[in-house]
Design a protein around this ligand. Structure first.
Ligand SMILES: NC(=O)c1ccc[n+]([C@@H]2O[C@H](COP(=O)([O-])OP(=O)(O)OC[C@H]3O[C@@H](n4cnc5c(N)ncnc54)[C@H](OP(=O)(O)O)[C@@H]3O)[C@@H](O)[C@H]2O)c1
Length: 240
């Protein structure tokens, strides 16, 4: 389901960067961008890696580290597409977990997105059309009790602010909402999981069409559609 301002960014021939592009959803996103003709994709990781394709440029990046982000922005100054995918979940009950652990989730999932987007905004602005995708979650809207949900909810608000701010320079900012995806992060989850390749296809489509939001699976679409209704009904259903 796409909600578009009809000013997408081209992928064909473009240079993109995917944070956490060496595994999980990030890796699927890198491949999808290449499938659609991207000239080059920087795939970042906190450790060194050796991609299988010459069009994938490995780049070391820790989104919680100002200096690391500044260095990456200098190296990858030719990008017109950024996918802010890097994320962590530490299982942090809001009322009991050490605040230091919740801060790590915020540093990565919220401030990481802000840090990277700030650093790359000038590079994006050098292209007539450019794009930022922030990988959020259905948990931007509903919470089961952990710091992760706080980080995704705050990142959604940051995404809305970035959209308003970067619009003038021709950068479309898109929020990707998804429930479970079949990656390391959800390895212990028994519930149905989306195929990251399918979510990557939807994300690439949103980049070229300029969609503001991607609702990637049935769970996400159902939750979003119920937000104007009774919270009691929604949480009763989620708890079932
Ligand atoms: N899997 C799900 O069910 C699900 C559902 C909704 C949303 N999401 C979101 O989807 C995104 C991708 O997650 P995933 O499912 O692919 O999880 P994953 O397999 O655990 O991968 C997490 C990625 O984030 C990177 N990362 C973590 N901390 C980082 C840091 N400080 N700096 C730079 N990179 C960092 C990792 O890179 P390295 O370890 O290589 O450095 C890795 O590539 C996350 O934002 C996650 O919150 C996932």
């Amino acid at each position: 389901m796409l909600d578009t301002d009809s000013h997408g960014a081209p992928i064909e021939g473009a240079v993109a960067l995917v944070t956490g592009g060496n595994r999980g959803f990030g890796r699927a996103m890198v491949q999808e961008l290449l499938n659609r003709g991207a000239a080059k994709v920087y795939a970042t990781s906190r450790s060194s890696h050796s991609p299988h394709d010459a069009r994938i440029i490995p780049l070391e990046l820790d989104v919680t580290d100002d200096r690391s982000v500044a260095t990456a922005a200098k190296t990858a100054a030719d990008v017109s597409i950024i996918v802010n995918n890097a994320g962590v979940t530490l299982g942090t009950p809001v009322l009991h977990a050490p605040l230091a652990d919740i801060r790590i989730e915020l540093e990565t999932n919220l401030f990481g997105i802000i840090r990277v987007t700030r650093a790359f905004a000038p590079a994006l602005g050098r292209h007539p059309r450019s794009a930022v995708v922030n990988v959020l979650s259905v948990l931007s809207w509903v919470a089961f009790g952990s710091g992760y949900e706080i980080s995704k909810s705050a990142a959604q608000s940051a995404t809305n602010s970035m959209r308003m701010t970067l619009r003038e320079q021709g950068t479309t900012v898109t929020a990707l909402h998804v429930a479970y995806m079949d990656t390391d992060m959800a390895a212990d989850v028994k519930a149905p999981k989306a195929d990251p390749r399918d979510v990557a296809r939807q994300t690439a489509e949103a980049i070229v069409t300029g969609a503001y939001e991607i609702l990637a699976d049935d769970t996400t679409r159902a939750v979003k559609s119920q937000l104007s209704g009774s919270l009691t009904a929604l949480y009763t259903q989620l708890a079932a």
